[in-house]
Design a protein around this ligand. Structure first.
Ligand code: ADP
Ligand code: MG
Length: 267
């Protein structure tokens, strides 16, 4: 895929229907969305408007009833559950409101868990988990159990787990919903740092004051987009580190070539 084509997610006419006949209801209705690499999107809207359904479909945890989902240009609307799971493990990190840590695993084992699904050996998994925890200054808690941590610490462990496999997309469903304002700020600063490295983040929140972190705010109503506002232009979004490196290499090569063709131009 080209460096210039920076669309990472494209939803065309996604509908999620529950029930049949008289009991039919729609969690999403003919939903279109195009997400560029490096966007930090906040999704807001009343309870029941389809926010979690949207995140679960994007995260390949659920499927739409109708419509097309392109992930990095590949149609993933109709792939097998096995392939869904494999793509999810490789490309997507999840953060949930209630942390979803496994109580009878230690902190480091929880963080290492996503790497089991991409078949990394145990020592590699634990090393990567330890590095992820270090980044959030939680390495002293490696051998604690989740219930020995505060809410804020639990959520930072969950974020470490979400990024350990180096996914391109982070999906967060009300990640600060159970946190006090101080812990919320710490979690948001961590998400901001992850975003600045060029990752794409889609986060659901009820807290309007958190939208300062977003590059785009989408308000949903009854399974559809009500308002959609970008606060950062696409060309100003942070770029993934490897894209920056590729561009640097390309510039260097073109300089080398031009200096070989016109040696006097290169000073
Ligand atoms: P939100 O996250 O915005 O609160 P959800 O995506 O959880 O909303 O739900 C959207 C709508 O879909 C709601 O009306 C909800 O009741 C309905 N819904 C969600 N999951 C199911 C299900 N498994 N069966 C039937 N209806 C569901
Ligand atoms: Mg929800």
């Amino acid at each position: 895929m080209s460096v210039l084509d920076n669309t990472i997610i494209k939803l065309n006419g996604i509908t999620k229907r529950y029930g049949y006949g008289d009991t039919t209801s729609y969690a999403l209705k003919d939903f279109d969305l195009e997400v560029k690499r490096g966007e930090f999107i906040m999704i807001m809207g009343p309870s029941g408007c389809g926010k979690t359904t949207l995140l679960n479909i994007i995260g390949l945890l659920d499927r739409s009833t109708e419509g097309e989902y392109l992930l990095n240009g590949e149609d993933v609307s109709d792939i097998s559950a096995r392939r869904q799971a494999r793509l999810r493990a490789k490309k997507i990190g999840f953060v949930f409101q209630d942390f979803n840590l496994i109580q009878n695993l230690t902190v480091i084992e929880n963080v290492a868990l996503p790497l089991v699904y991409v078949n990394r050996p145990r020592t590699v998994r634990l090393k990567a988990a330890s590095n992820a925890l270090k980044r959030f200054h939680l390495n002293e808690r490696e051998y604690y159990r989740p219930d020995q941590l505060s809410g804020g610490q639990k959520q930072r462990v969950a974020i470490a787990r979400a990024i350990v496999s180096d996914p391109e997309i982070i999906l967060a469903d009300e990640p600060t919903g159970n946190l006090d304002s101080r812990s919320s700020s710490i979690v948001m600063e961590e998400l901001r740092a992850i975003h600045e490295e060029g990752n794409t983040i889609i986060m659901v929140t009820h807290n309007p004051s958190l939208t300062v972190y977003a590059t785009r705010v989408i308000n949903m109503l009854d399974g559809q987009i009500d308002t959609d506002v970008k606060t950062v232009a696409d060309h100003n979004l942070p770029q993934p580190i490897e894209v920056k490196a590729k561009k640097r290499r390309a510039r260097k090569i073109s300089r080398t070539i031009s200096s070989e063709i016109n040696p006097e131009e290169e000073k």
